[in-house]
Design a protein around this ligand. Sequence first.
Ligand code: C5P
Length: 244
Amino acid sequence: MTGPRLPRLAVALDAPSLEPLEPIIDALDGLPVAAKVGLSLFCAVGPAVVHHLHQARLPVFLDLKLHDIPHQVALAVRAVARLDVALLTVHASGGSAMLRAAAEAAGDRTRLLAVSVLTSLEQADLDADGHAWTTAETVARRCRLAHACGMHGAVLSARELALVDELPAEFLRVTPGIRSAAAAPDDQRRTLSAGEAIAAGASMLVVGRPILQAADPRAATVAVLEEIADALRRRSGGKDATTA
Ligand code: C5P
């Protein structure tokens, strides 16, 4: 990969338009974070949102969770790669041909992350879909498939990190659902703190509302970055590991 080294924290800019995000984008100035843009913001603003964030010197993590026939996904990945996006998500459940087509289309500056199993799905949903495996087995199988098909990493719950122990360290483990012990869990059900997630092997954390809704979003971001740096020092025995 020739893309820039990745920060350890992605701030989820979940809003229906750019306007309410401007103070947050200003608050992130100069901090080593990526900006995660979800489907809703991308649909509302379009590729201009990526240019806007690049002007603010933020690497962009485009969370579009692509899932379609291989040809269509390859075209979409190629279009996103032309925007110089650092990270893009696709659904691991799209199958090996789709994943391989995505990997071929990504170029060497955009890293692809496979979404293993949506955390909004329960075992009953997988059962109804005819799956023979538990959610945990499905996560592990899809992460192995994603790795075999050339994905650079996966999005998974911090509590599922142990399921992918066998995959190489370079395979990125990106984990949402991060809350400090004192914080409101919002609609997240199974949360870990930033330090706990890094200790469990996460490469990059996704944090949204605890930063977006903080009285001082910059201070909240710096606090998460410090917690990550402390946990990385403990995990790596003092070596610099501040980028993924
Ligand atoms: O506000 P909060 O910190 O809960 O934001 C989490 C972000 O991570 C949101 O953008 C959400 O869409 C995303 N996400 C998640 N759970 C997943 C995958 C992505 O919460 N399994």
